[in-house]
Structures are given as structure tokens and as C-alpha cells.
Write a protein that binds this ligand. Structure first.
Ligand SMILES: C[S@@+](CC[C@H](N)C(=O)[O-])C[C@H]1O[C@@H](n2cnc3c(N)ncnc32)[C@H](O)[C@@H]1O
Length: 253
């Protein structure tokens, strides 16, 4: 057992004890809060997995998600919206990984297509192997777009391979889950500036990882830039999901 040092000058043994007791109580409250948050998160994920199992219509065991990939709650929320959309969904994912086969399965079910964008060649190979394993080659175009510095010096995907993969299609669902934070500050901010012109009217935009301060900042910047065109759908905690309404000019066409 550790022997406590004598109380510092001016402090009685009792006041030192009070402070230690406060610390113990604070630590205990904090671990109770974490245990409760973990339990709620597990409950949310179970509800989401049940929904995905009941509605996604694949018998394959798709790769487990969460962590680096989108989590089950985000996947379930996106699937629900795609199903309500009621027509083929064209999905564009920035940043590929274990979630990519899930988006491919959603696009396949909706009779649509997925374009998944990846800057890192090792991850291109890894994701391509996943798509091959699940026979999703026909429903997903995996695009290698290296990160290049923009006018402001910040790196983002080379837009050319993205634009040529999307071609004349309008994007119904844009998932902003890359580039990774390590590629620069507010790495995801340029996404809407580059891709807003490709979006269908009322397109759904998903910004994953908004629990992080950087993504909160990106969201705030987008809210300033797009104002009332950005309509939040408060469905899940981990991601911001919103519709980007067309400009007045676009909607009067
Ligand atoms: C947040 S991840 C993208 C995840 C993807 N949208 C998904 O749901 O699986 C962002 C980038 O991290 C890299 N990445 C993907 N999976 C990874 C992993 N398991 N560990 C480390 N980096 C990963 C890739 O370069 C990817 O573009």
C-alpha cells in the first residue's frame, strides 16, 4: 500500500483528506458516466445492426465496422434515407475502408452505384480486395485520387479523377469520411466547395466523426458558407447528416 506524503505547509491532514476524497468521488462519477455511455452506445449499435440485417437484404457477412470506418448507426441512418428516397441512389464516398462494401450493398439494393475515392494506394488495394471478395466490382467504382495542394496550400483530393468517375451523374448521397485528419488541418473542409456542383437537388451529405473538434469546425464553416441551404437531420451523434438544398437559381430551373 502506498504511504501518503505529509500534507504540504499550511494544509492540515484533514484538508488533504477532503481533497483526496473529492478526487476519488470525481473519478468514480466519471467512470460511472463512461460505463453508462458505453452501454447506451452498445444499445444503439444493436438497434442499428438489427435494422441493417432486416433491410439490407444481403446474406453475406460484411466486414465489421466502427473505429476508422463509419459505425453501424451511421450505416443504418444512411440506408433508411436511401430506402425512403425510392429511386436508384448514386453514392459518393470520400475515404475508403471497411465501410465501402456496406455502401456498395446499399447502392446495389437501390439499383444505384457507388464511387469510392481513396488517396492512399495501399488502401486502394485493400478496398479493391474487399470489393472483389464480395463481388461488388460492378456496383462500385474505386477511384485513386492523390492529395494535392490547393490554392490555399491545404491538401485535398485531385478532383479530376473524381469528376471523370462521376461523369454526368448527380450524387444523391455524399459521405465525407476522408481525407484523414493526419493529412492536414480541417482536411475535409474543401469537400463541399469542390463537390456541391455535382450534387442532386436535396442531396444527402454525411460528415463522419463530428465528435472531433476539427470536424465540428468544418461543419460550422459549411453552415456559414451555405446558410439555410444546409438542413440538418439530427439522427445520429457520431456523424452530421444534412440535406443540401439547391440554390434559388437551381430550383427555379
Ligand atoms: C476514416 S477512413 C475512411 C473510412 C471509410 N469511409 C469506411 O467507412 O470504412 C479515412 C482514411 O483512412 C485510411 N484508412 C481506412 N481504413 C483504415 C484503417 N483501418 N486504419 C487506418 N487507416 C485507414 C484510408 O486512407 C481512408 O481514406
Amino acid at each position: 500500500m502506498a504511504i501518503s506524503p505529509p500534507p504540504p505547509d499550511g494544509e492540515t491532514a484533514e484538508s488533504g483528506l477532503d481533497e483526496r476524497l473529492d478526487n476519488v468521488l470525481t473519478a468514480s462519477r466519471s467512470s460511472r458516466w463512461h460505463a453508462s455511455a458505453t452501454r447506451w452506445q452498445a444499445a444503439r449499435e444493436v438497434a442499428a445492426i438489427n435494422y441493417l440485417q432486416a433491410t439490407l437484404g444481403t446474406e453475406r457477412f460484411l466486414p465489421p465496422i466502427g473505429g476508422w470506418a463509419i459505425d453501424y448507426t451511421v450505416a443504418a441512418a444512411i440506408l433508411d434515407i436511401i430506402r425512403r428516397h425510392g429511386r436508384p441512389a448514386y453514392v459518393l464516398e470520400l475515404g475508403s475502408g471497411s465501410g465501402t462494401p456496406w455502401f456498395a450493398a446499399m447502392a446495389a439494393q437501390a439499383g444505384g452505384h457507388l464511387v469510392s475515392v481513396e488517396h492512399d494506394t495501399d488502401h486502394v488495394d485493400r478496398t479493391q480486395s474487399l470489393l472483389d471478395h464480395y463481388d461488388f466490382q460492378g456496383v462500385c467504382t474505386l477511384v485513386h485520387a492523390p492529395l494535392i495542394p490547393g490554392a490555399d496550400g491545404a491538401s485535398w483530393y485531385d478532383p479530376d479523377p473524381i469528376l471523370s468517375a462521376v461523369g454526368h451523374h448527380k450524387v444523391d448521397v455524399l459521405v465525407v469520411d476522408g481525407p484523414p485528419a493526419r493529412s492536414g488541418p480541417n482536411a475535409r473542409r474543401p469537400a463541399l466547395q469542390h463537390l456541391a456542383p455535382l450534387l442532386a437537388p436535396d442531396a444527402l451529405v454525411v460528415l463522419d466523426d463530428v465528435v472531433r473538434q476539427e470536424e465540428q469546425q468544418v461543419l460550422t464553416d459549411w453552415q456559414h458558407a451555405f446558410g439555410e441551404r444546409l438542413q440538418m437531420l439530427p439522427i445520429v451523434d457520431r456523424a452530421s447528416i444534412f440535406r443540401l438544398l439547391p440554390t434559388d437559381k437551381e430550383s427555379s430551373r
